[in-house]
Design a protein around this ligand. Structure first.
Ligand code: PRP
Ligand code: URA
Length: 209
């Protein structure tokens, strides 16, 4: 069963309060989503492997630590996931970036695929899927299936807000994928929006409504 980590750091929770507020405008919303992504990245990379290396400081020789193991990739689910990429890359600048384009059909709430471009060696990388919202879990599960179809086997997912329904669906369909969230809200409404949530993440990041 996949592990669910709620990133409950006070700075994350404070920033989450700001973007939930309906009066938070596009500029601040976009900036804070990126900041939250950076802080979530810090939590989601806590178990990355390190190795010892010998280096010379200006004063002495020493054994220091550096990242080892698999290289990294960040994969946003378009559109809203784009808002989390810059914050992630500030923490892991050498990561490659793939893109998966999915939107929810407003009637059926089923995901519709329209784009997929991944790093050629994504199967060897530790992949961090980013999307601010995990609602029914349809988009997340479709993205995870696409990634696995391209050979990815080491995948983590970062969502700012999740509904219990979405978490349960990912855990059922992709039990190998660990999930990092800042909050698990109450439930979905009849239109598949998270209550209380923050509204439509894509529209709020890009100012399209
Ligand atoms: C939103 C969100 C997720 C999806 C979550 O994207 O960014 O990708 O909905 O809902 P689900 O868990 O029920 O699939 P949306 O389809 O609104 O597309 P957009 O990012 O282009 O606005
Ligand atoms: N997508 C969003 O952007 N917000 C929700 O609450 C649910 C899906």
């Amino acid at each position: 069963m996949s592990k669910v980590t709620v990133c409950d750091h006070p700075l994350i929770q404070h920033k989450l309060r700001v973007i939930r507020d309906r009066n938070c405008g596009t500029k601040d919303f976009r900036m804070i989503v990126s900041e939250i992504a950076g802080l979530m990245c810090y939590e989601a990379t806590r178990d990355l492997k390190l190795e010892d290396v010998e280096i010379d400081t200006p004063i002495a020789r020493m054994t220091a630590k550096q990242l080892s193991g698999r290289k990294l990739a960040v994969v946003p689910i378009l559109r809203a996931g784009l808002g989390m990429v810059e914050g992630m890359l500030q923490m892991i600048p050498a990561a490659k970036v793939g893109h998966i384009g999915l939107y929810r059909d407003p009637e059926t709430l089923n995901p519709v695929e329209y784009y997929c471009k991944l790093p050629a060696d994504c199967g060897e990388r530790e992949v961090f899927v980013v999307d601010p919202m995990l609602a029914t879990g349809g988009s997340a599960c479709a993205a995870l299936t696409m990634l696995k179809g391209h050979g990815c086997r080491h995948i983590r997912m970062l969502n700012i807000i999740a509904a219990p329904e979405g978490v349960a669906r990912v855990q059922k369909e992709h039990p190998d994928v660990d999930i990092y969230v800042c909050a698990i809200d109450e439930r979905l409404n009849d239109n598949g929006y998270i209550i209380p949530g923050l509204g439509d993440a894509g529209d709020r990041i890009f100012g399209t409504k």
